[in-house]
Design a protein around this ligand. Structure first.
Ligand SMILES: C[S@@+](CC[C@H](N)C(=O)[O-])C[C@H]1O[C@@H](n2cnc3c(N)ncnc32)[C@H](O)[C@@H]1O
Length: 276
């Protein structure tokens, strides 16, 4: 259950308007990284300490939220697949309202705000209204999850390029540039692709990748509940279905995945440490 201090998103109510400051407020659009609070940047932590109000989404881990000062008002504006607590436009409007009321507003977003994060849309609205803002990059899920899974995204012997794509389109379909993805010596990282995993594997094989190309799914990367399922393009969908993984997950495709056998170093709670 969500902490009782966190209240559902609402507009500042007419009965209790946010306290007015003489100066105009400002917005900090901050990448909170993939989950492990130790992966926050120094700048992110500084701005978290300064914020009057924090708007955060479902990817923000409890460990990150715990770093907010007690005085900071917390507003959940989370978006999960098919369960949008708030529409993007409403979040944009809320940022504007709080800033115009003179508050220092922290907009905490999972990973990096500019990587599949709609951060650009949020600051576009602020810019149009003449509101001061700052953007703080965060460690995007691909980098965090790959590192904690022991899978280097590039490697001179296996992959010289790496692409990040989203496996979830607005209309729920998956329509990727398959010939561009199915290139040799390339690592593919798919965000939001769990439901499309069987299609993704099938299409990559159809467009020329070998069935035995390494592939993995990382669930809740960098956290103490991280789970990693590995296999090949041919075997991964069945293995993942059996493991009953759930979002957030990342798919990593490429022969770099095999390096995990040697490079796995991270042992989340409840898992025995990998062999030295
Ligand atoms: C809307 S995108 C936001 C991406 C975010 N801006 C970033 O840079 O990581 C949400 C997707 O990111 C991925 N994701 C975020 N955090 C993750 C984590 N800790 N482990 C695995 N995947 C994660 C999942 O694919 C999830 O569905």
């Amino acid at each position: 259950m969500r902490n009782a201090m966190h209240r559902r998103a609402s507009k500042p109510s007419p009965q209790a308007p946010p306290k007015r400051r003489a100066a105009r407020g400002e917005v900090y659009l901050v990448g909170a990284g993939p989950g492990d609070p130790d992966l926050l940047t120094v700048r992110a932590v500084k701005l978290m300490k300064r914020a009057d109000v924090a708007l955060y989404d479902s990817l923000i881990s409890p460990g990150v939220l715990a770093l907010l000062p007690a005085r900071t008002e917390r507003i959940y504006v989370g978006k999960q697949r098919a369960n949008h607590t708030m529409r993007q436009e409403a979040i944009n409007d809320l940022l504007v309202e709080y800033a115009l009321a003179g508050r220092r507003v922290l907009r905490l977003k999972g990973g990096d705000p500019f990587v599949f994060g709609r951060g650009g849309e949020e600051i576009d609205t602020l810019s149009a209204r003449g509101i001061r803002f700052e953007v703080v990059p965060g460690i995007t899920a691909a980098l965090g999850a790959a590192a904690y899974a022991g899978i280097p995204l590039t490697h001179r012997d296996h992959a010289q390029s790496c692409v990040f794509v989203t496996g979830h389109l607005k209309d729920g379909s998956v329509d990727l540039d398959w010939p561009a993805l199915a290139r040799p010596r390339q690592t593919i990282v798919v965000y939001m692709g769990l439901l499309s995993l069987p299609t993704i594997c099938r299409k990559l094989i159809q467009y020329g990748l070998a069935r035995d190309t390494g592939a993995a799914v990382v669930q809740q990367g960098t956290t103490q509940t991280q789970r990693v399922v590995t296999g090949t393009l041919g075997t991964l969908p069945a293995r993942v279905a059996k493991a009953k993984l759930h979002a957030p997950t990342l798919i990593i495709v490429g022969n770099v995945v095999r390096l995990r056998e040697k490079l796995n170093w991270f042992a989340p709670d409840g898992e025995s440490a990998p062999p030295a």
